[in-house]
Write a protein that binds this ligand. Sequence first.
Ligand code: SAM
Length: 298
Amino acid sequence: MTKRQEIATPSRTREILNKYDLSAKKSLGQNFIIDTNILRNIVKTAAVDENTTVIEVGPGIGALTEQIAKEAKEVFAFEIDDRLLSVLADTLSPYENVTILHQDILEVDFEQFKEKYLENTTRLVVIANLPYYITTPIIMHLIESSLAVDEMVLMMQKEVASRLEAKPSTKAYGSLSIALQYYMDVEVAFTVPRTVFMPQPNVDSAIIQLKTLKEPPVHIKNELLFFKVVRASFVQRRKTIWNNLKKTIGDKNKEQELKEAFQKANVDPSRRGESLTIEEFGQLADALVSCNLEDSFL
Ligand code: SAM
């Protein structure tokens, strides 16, 4: 058998798309990578080795899957588009450690998946060139699942990557940055120009590396309240945190308790939400519990 060219080259990608009479579906965020070096770099960033089990979201025609399969113990790749199933069976036929699962990643029951496939897993990593239209739902779905993911290495729109890693007092910092940084250590690994995709998207991309924290950066009394307070603090970014929280509570009689909570947390109520660290949001959420304002948010 003659050795096949790797999938992530312009000529092989074109050949595969022609052979199966496929065109990329914009509605499913299909932009295929045609640069093997970038894919190898993604796999390297995730430190994939023979002890690593990988979950991939959206294998497409198998370009990234192929590079993962060469290094990993096993790859489980979730693809929603049924047109790609026979393509993947063909392009990935040399790799016995790949399992393609025809499912919407947002609908996956990870409890069942874990029982069926992950019994002997020592290191679990998620790698994806994400469909950009559902970047945040996918990340949150994976974080909130019962999977013990050690690390995620994900390609996404550059602007979204900046929001995920943003620090306080920057324009990109918001409830999404905090929601993620509560669970993960977040870092942009490298950026990717739009020219390495077929078809080319209208935006540049970045690879983000997320490492699961052993412990959250703050210990808080009520996590649900913490996240509600964070979201409420950013409802109107340009307003003070006092105004945003007062509006959420919506009861004039509780202003005194709210004032006390700010004092207790040692947070100046005239600041904007975007200037507060995760730790300060934690102190504030705990103070709201102490001042009996929990129910006003939940
Ligand atoms: N991994 C390939 C690559 O790098 O060339 C393709 C990446 S493409 C940006 C995104 C892929 O995600 C497409 O194959 C698309 O069909 C798939 N996809 C879109 N929505 C999905 C969903 N909800 N669940 C699983 N896969 C999805």
